[in-house]
Write a protein that binds this ligand. Structure first.
Ligand code: MTE
Ligand code: HPA
Ligand code: MOS
Length: 773
C-alpha cells in the first residue's frame, strides 16, 4: 500500500473544513470568469441603448448617427428579433428585450449597437436621437397606489382565524407603518454574455447566470429555435445574490441574436452605471401593520399590508412578494392573522430576486412588531420575542397552515443570550445611556426562521452527471451554478464521501445545459440540498454496479465489499481505488450515471393559501451592539455575536463564510445602502461613488460567529445539513433594532422610534430629532 493510502480518512470528506476549490485562483486572479474566455478572431461587442424617460411614447427612434459611428457593424431593435421580443421568466409576456412603442422606466433598453470594439459600441450607443412624448409616471408603491397603477402579478392573501374579532377584543392595539428600502446586488462581476454561433440554428452562450436552463429557453424563444439548438455554459460567477437569476436572460438573448445575425462571436457587458440602471434590485416595501396583544405582550392578532415596488414588469415579483408574507411571522405564533401582498406596478426597473427573496422584508415587519409591543409594555424586546415564539401543539401553525415541526429558535436564542452575555451588556448599555452623553448605545438580539424550498414546487428538482474514467479520476457535473458560495466544493465533498476518495480526485466542471437538462435556478439557498442529493444518487448507481461487479469477480457477498479511504475492501483483500476501477472497466462495468432528486413532502396551494411550501426551516440569531453619535446620526457596530443553524454542516468553514457575508450584506441593506431616484425617475445612485455598501472597516469591531454544532436537520437532507445561503442575511436586522434602541434612549425608551430602512445616519438623526421634539 502506498503512503497516501495509509490514512484511514479521505481528504475533503463531508463535515470537514475544506477551502473553496477556487480560493487561490480567486485571490491570484487566475480564476476564469466569462470575460476572461479567449475571444475568437472577429469577436464583436454589443452595447445597449437605454431610455432617458420613466414613462413615454417613443415618437421617433433615429439611429442614423449610431449606425455610421466608427467601428459600428449594425444595430438591433425590436424588429430584428427573429422569434419573440420577450424575456419574461413567468410567461406573462410583459418584458420586451427592446422597447417598441413606449418606455416604462428610465434605463429601459431600446436597441443594441454592435461594433468591432466595446468602446466603439459604447460610444455609439449614446448617439441615438429619440423623440419622446412624456406620460405620467409613478415611481414608488404609494404613488402607484394613488395613480391606480395596479398589480404586475396577482396578489396573495394568507389568513388564519378571525382577525377582526381578535383585534377588537385585544387589550392593546398598535398600528404602524414601515418603509423598507431596496438594495442593489453590487456583485463584483457585472452582467455578461458571450455568444458563439454554431452551424445550422446552433448557438453557445457563455454567461454569468444563476439559471442556465432558463437562459437556454429564453434564447431559444427569442431566436425562434428549439431549446436543443442552444447551449448555455457557466463556469463561475463573480457573485450573483439573486441578481443573475433572471436578469441575465436579456443579455444572453441580445448576444445570441447578434451572433446569429452576423455569424460572429458577440460579447455584451454593460458598465457598472448601466448595469445598475437597467437591471432589477431588491424590492422596497411599504408595510402597514396592526397588532393586538395582551398585558404580557402576547400577540392575539396581526394584520399586514405589504406593498412592493415591483417595477414595470412582473419578473419574479409574484414569488418575492409571496415569500414576504411567508416570513411576516418570522419565529412567532400569530393566533389570528391576515396578510395581503400588493405587488405594485411602478415606472422603475423591474425588481427581482435578492438574497432572502422578499423574506427579509417580511421578517423585519415581525421584528418591528416585537419592538412596538416591547416599548408599549415597557419591557425588554427579547422578553416579548420569547413570549411569542412558536410552541407546542396549539401554538405551532404558520399563517400558511404549515406546522412548525423543528422549532429550535428558543434554544438558539437562549444559547446566544448566554454566550453573548446579553443581559449584563444590556444593563451596561442602559447605565451608559442613563448618563445622558452625546454617544448613545443600543443592543438588540433578533432571531430568524427561514423556510427552505422554492415556493414554486416544481423548481425543487435537480440532476447530476457523474463519470469515472478508467484511470479512477472522477468528472462531476450538476445543475447548480457556482457564484462564490462554495456549491461546487460541497458537491465534490458529497461525491468524495460516497466513493471514499480524496476530494482532489474529483474534477469540478462548468455548468452546462448539455450535460444536465431542465435545471432550476441556483437560488432559494437550495443549491447543495438539491444538487447534493442528485450527485449522491448518481454515485449510488455507480457504486451499486461496482459492488455487484466486485462480489462476482471476487466471489463474495456484496455485504463484504466496502469503499474505504481511496481503496475498496473486498473480503480480506484491499484494492486501490484506481486499480479497482481499471478492473471494473475491463469487465465492462458502466461507469457513468445521471442522478436525480426531487424534494419530498412539499405542496402549496396558492388559491387557498394552505400547504407545506417548505421542507424545513433554518434558524439563527444575532446580538448586535451599536453606538450612535446623537449630534450627527453617525454610528458604528461595536460587537455582533451570531449563533446560526446549518444542520450538520457539509463544510463548516464555508458555511461560516456564508453566515458572515450574509450578515454584513443584511446590515448594509438596513444601514448605508440607499437607492435614490430623482423626480424624473432616474436612478441617481448608480455607482459605488453614490451607493454605499459596507466596507471591511464597517464590520463589527468584535465579531463572534458560531454554528450550532449540535444541530442536525430532522428531515432527510443531504447528510442532514441545512441550506445556508440566505437565512443569515436577516441577522442584519439585529443592527437595525440596536440602532432603534440607541435612538429610543434620547426619550427614555418611552416610544418605539419611527425608523425606516435603510437607517442611514441622516435617518437616525431625524429619528432622534423627532423624539427630542
Ligand atoms: N455567496 C456568494 N459568495 N455569492 C453569491 O452570489 N448568493 C446567495 C447565497 N450566497 C451568493 C452567496 C444567494 S441569493 C443564494 S440563493 C445562495 O447563495 C445560492 O447558492 P446555494 O443555494 O448553493 O447556497
Ligand atoms: N426563491 C428564490 N428564487 C426563486 C424562488 C424562490 O422561492 N421561486 C422562484 N425563484
Ligand atoms: Mo437567491 S435571491 O434565491 O438567488
Amino acid at each position: 500500500m502506498r503512503a497516501d493510502q495509509e490514512r484511514d480518512t479521505i481528504k475533503g470528506g463531508v463535515n470537514t473544513d475544506l477551502r473553496h476549490d477556487s480560493a487561490i485562483k480567486h485571490v491570484t486572479g487566475r480564476a476564469e470568469y466569462c470575460d476572461d474566455i479567449a475571444e475568437p478572431v472577429g469577436t464583436l461587442h454589443a452595447y445597449l441603448g437605454l431610455s432617458t424617460r420613466a414613462h413615454a411614447l417613443i415618437r421617433d427612434l433615429d439611429l442614423g448617427a449610431v449606425r455610421t459611428a466608427p467601428g459600428v457593424v449594425g444595430v438591433l431593435t425590436a424588429t430584428d428579433i427573429p422569434g419573440v421580443n420577450d424575456v419574461s421568466p413567468t410567461g406573462r409576456s410583459d418584458e420586451p428585450i427592446f422597447a417598441e412603442n413606449n418606455v416604462e422606466f428610465w434605463g429601459q433598453p431600446m436597441f443594441a449597437v454592435i461594433a468591432e470594439t466595446r468602446d466603439a459600441a459604447r460610444r455609439a450607443a449614446k448617439l441615438a436621437q429619440v423623440t419622446y412624448e412624456d406620460l405620467p409616471h409613478a415611481l414608488d408603491p404609494e404613488a402607484a397606489q394613488e395613480a391606480g397603477m395596479g398589480y404586475v402579478t396577482p396578489p396573495l392573501t394568507l389568513k388564519r382565524g378571525d382577525t377582526t374579532k381578535a383585534m377588537a377584543t385585544a387589550p392593546h392595539r398598535i398600528k404602524g407603518k414601515l418603509r423598507v428600502g431596496g438594495q442593489d446586488h453590487l456583485y463584483l462581476e457585472g452582467h455578461i454574455a458571450f455568444a458563439i454561433p454554431g452551424e445550422d440554428e446552433d448557438v453557445t452562450v457563455h454567461s454569468s447566470t444563476q439559471h442556465p436552463s432558463e437562459a437556454q429557453h429564453m434564447v431559444a424563444h427569442v431566436l425562434g429555435v428549439p431549446s436543443n439548438a442552444v447551449t448555455i455554459n457557466v463556469r463561475r460567477m463573480g457573485g450573483g445574490f439573486g441578481g443573475k437569476e433572471t436578469q441575465m436572460n436579456l443579455f444572453c438573448a441580445v448576444a445570441a441574436v447578434a451572433a446569429k445575425k452576423w455569424n460572429r462571436a458577440v460579447k455584451i457587458r454593460p458598465d457598472r452605471d448601466d448595469d445598475m440602471s437597467a437591471t432589477g434590485k431588491r424590492h422596497d416595501f411599504v408595510i402597514d401593520y396592526e397588532v393586538g396583544f395582551d398585558d404580557n405582550g402576547v400577540i392575539q392578532a396581526v394584520t399586514g399590508e405589504f406593498a412592493a415596488r415591483c417595477g414595470f414588469s412582473s419578473d419574479l415579483s409574484g414569488p418575492v412578494t409571496d415569500r414576504a408574507l411567508f416570513h411576516a411571522d418570522n419565529a412567532y405564533y400569530y393566533p389570528n392573522v391576515l396578510l395581503n401582498s400588493h405587488p405594485m406596478k411602478t415606472n422603475t426597473v423591474s425588481n427581482t430576486a435578492f438574497r432572502g427573496f422578499g423574506g427579509p422584508q417580511g421578517v423585519i415587519a415581525a421584528e418591528r412588531i416585537m419592538e412596538e409591543i416591547a416599548y408599549h409594555r415597557g419591557v425588554d424586546s427579547l422578553d416579548i420575542r420569547k413570549r411569542n415564539f412558536y410552541g407546542d401543539a396549539g401554538r405551532d401553525v404558520t399563517p400558511y397552515h404549515q406546522t412548525v415541526e423543528d422549532n429550535i429558535a428558543p434554544r438558539i436564542v437562549k444559547e446566544l443570550e448566554d454566550s453573548s452575555d446579553y443581559q449584563a451588556r444590556r444593563r451596561a448599555v442602559l447605565d451608559w445611556n442613563a448618563r445622558g452623553g452625546t454617544i448613545r448605545k443600543g443592543i438588540a438580539l433578533t432571531p430568524v426562521k427561514f423556510g427552505i424550498s422554492f415556493t414554486a414546487t416544481w423548481y425543487n428538482q435537480a440532476g447530476a452527471l457523474l463519470h469515472i474514467y478508467s484511470d479512477g479520476s472522477i468528472h462531476l457535473n450538476h445543475g447548480g451554478t457556482e457564484m462564490g458560495q462554495g456549491l461546487n466544493t460541497k458537491i465534490a465533498q458529497v461525491v468524495a464521501d460516497a466513493f471514499q476518495v480524496d476530494v482532489d480526485k474529483i474534477k469540478i466542471t462548468k455548468t452546462t445545459t448539455e450535460k444536465v437538462p431542465n435545471t432550476s435556478a441556483t437560488a432559494a439557498s437550495s443549491g447543495s440540498d438539491l444538487n447534493g442529493m442528485a450527485a449522491q444518487d448518481a454515485a449510488r448507481q455507480i457504486k451499486e454496479r461496482l459492488v455487484d461487479f466486485a462480489a462476482e469477480r471476487w466471489q463474495t457477498d456484496a455485504a463484504n465489499v466496502r469503499f474505504i479511504a481511496n481503496a475498496v475492501e473486498i473480503g480480506t483483500e484491499t484494492v486501490p481505488f484506481a486499480d479497482f476501477i481499471r478492473e471494473a472497466y475491463m469487465a465492462r462495468v458502466h461507469l457513468s450515471a445521471a442522478g436525480f432528486y426531487k424534494t419530498p413532502k412539499i405542496h402549496w396551494n396558492r388559491d387557498t393559501g394552505k400547504g407545506r411550501p417548505f421542507y424545513y426551516f433554518a434558524y439563527g440569531a444575532a446580538c448586535s451592539e451599536v453606538s450612535v453619535d446623537t449630534l450627527t446620526g453617525e454610528y458604528r457596530v461595536e460587537r455582533t455575536d451570531i449563533l446560526h443553524d446549518v444542520g450538520k454542516s457539509l463544510n463548516p468553514i464555508i458555511d461560516k463564510g456564508q453566515v458572515e457575508g450574509a450578515f454584513i450584506q443584511g446590515m448594509g441593506w438596513l444601514t448605508t445602502e440607499e437607492l435614490w431616484w430623482d423626480q424624473k425617475g432616474q436612478l441617481r445612485t448608480h455607482a459605488p461613488s453614490t451607493y454605499k455598501i459596507p466596507l471591511a472597516s464597517d464590520r463589527p469591531r468584535v465579531f463572534n460567529v458560531e454554528l450550532a454544532k449540535w444541530s442536525e436537520n430532522h428531515e432527510h437532507t443531504i447528510k442532514r445539513s441545512k441550506a445556508v445561503g440566505e437565512p443569515p442575511f436577516m441577522l442584519g436586522i439585529s443592527v437595525f433594532e440596536a440602532l432603534s434602541h440607541a435612538v429610543a434612549s434620547v426619550a427614555g425608551y418611552k416610544t418605539c422610534p419611527r425608523l425606516d430602512a435603510p437607517a442611514t445616519p441622516e435617518r437616525v438623526l431625524m429619528a432622534i430629532e423627532r423624539l427630542r421634539g
